[in-house]
Write a protein that binds this ligand. Structure first.
Ligand SMILES: Cc1cc2nc3c(=O)[nH]c(=O)nc-3n(C[C@H](O)[C@H](O)[C@H](O)COP(=O)(O)OP(=O)(O)OC[C@H]3O[C@@H](n4cnc5c(N)ncnc54)[C@H](O)[C@@H]3O)c2cc1C
Length: 194
């Protein structure tokens, strides 16, 4: 098995950049360590202990990301000890099906392009928010979450702001919760709409 990651580290993805709390409880995040004998030794790692201090509460995403980064490092060490390889700083550019049914994956690493062959390819590339150009008074969820809401406070009028949240799923409710917490006293009836 070959793992490819365009960043320098496995595990944390982009979670460390968000200045908000998880909606996963800390104890639930740690359960992964109890389900795998290979990962159980990490229970006493300082980053796991840091997570454990939040008990059954939510925890700041940078703390969750640091723990997931530790899990990633550990998993990479286990993989390197087997017949697998972990390539960081390796960006998958293209996947093509070959005549024999296998796949050719074009990878760029340190400015050099390589071709890897594989029987199976798993895409685990995450997602990114859709940026809709709605004008200078619009804020993306990514900006809102990365700035812990300061972007909204700076942008909205100080009296009777009215906000439309476009999209009706997880990020929309997280944004509404953040705005209610930050702007509560400034929001009149019907000021926030999803
Ligand atoms: C603000 C926010 C808060 C969230 N809070 C929670 C929460 O509290 N609890 C919860 O369970 N989930 C939460 N999530 C969702 C959670 O982060 C995602 O569901 C999860 O990270 C997705 O994991 P993933 O591995 O699919 O993608 P990611 O974590 O995004 O990882 C994708 C990886 O693929 C790499 N990559 C991308 N393209 C390439 C390429 N071409 N070549 C090589 N590597 C590539 C990236 O560098 C990245 O490391 C939150 C998400 C956001 C945005």
């Amino acid at each position: 098995m070959i793992w490819l990651e365009r960043g320098e580290h496995l595990g944390s993805g982009t979670l460390g950049r968000w200045a908000i709390e998880s909606d996963t409880r800390a104890d639930v995040l740690l359960e992964v360590l109890d389900h795998s004998p290979a990962l159980r030794p990490l229970r006493s790692h300082p980053r796991a202990e840091h997570v454990a201090r939040y008990g059954s509460s939510a925890l700041p995403l940078p703390v969750a990301a640091a723990f997931l980064g530790t899990l990633g490092e550990y998993a990479a060490r286990l993989a390197r000890g087997s017949r697998s390889a972990v390539l960081t700083g390796a960006r998958a550019e293209r996947v093509a099906r070959c005549g024999d049914g296998s796949y050719a994956v074009t990878v760029t690493m340190d400015g050099v392009t390589r071709l890897l062959r594989a029987e199976t390819v798993v895409y685990a590339l995450g997602g990114s928010p859709v940026e809709v150009p709605l004008g200078e008074r619009s804020i993306s969820a990514a900006t809102l979450f990365a700035s812990a809401g300061r972007a909204a406070v700076d942008l909205l009028p100080s009296r009777s702001p009215r906000v439309a949240i476009v999209g009706g799923s997880h990020s929309a409710f997280a944004a509404a919760t953040m705005l209610l917490r930050l702007l509560g006293p400034r929001l009149g009836p019907g000021a926030l709409r999803i």
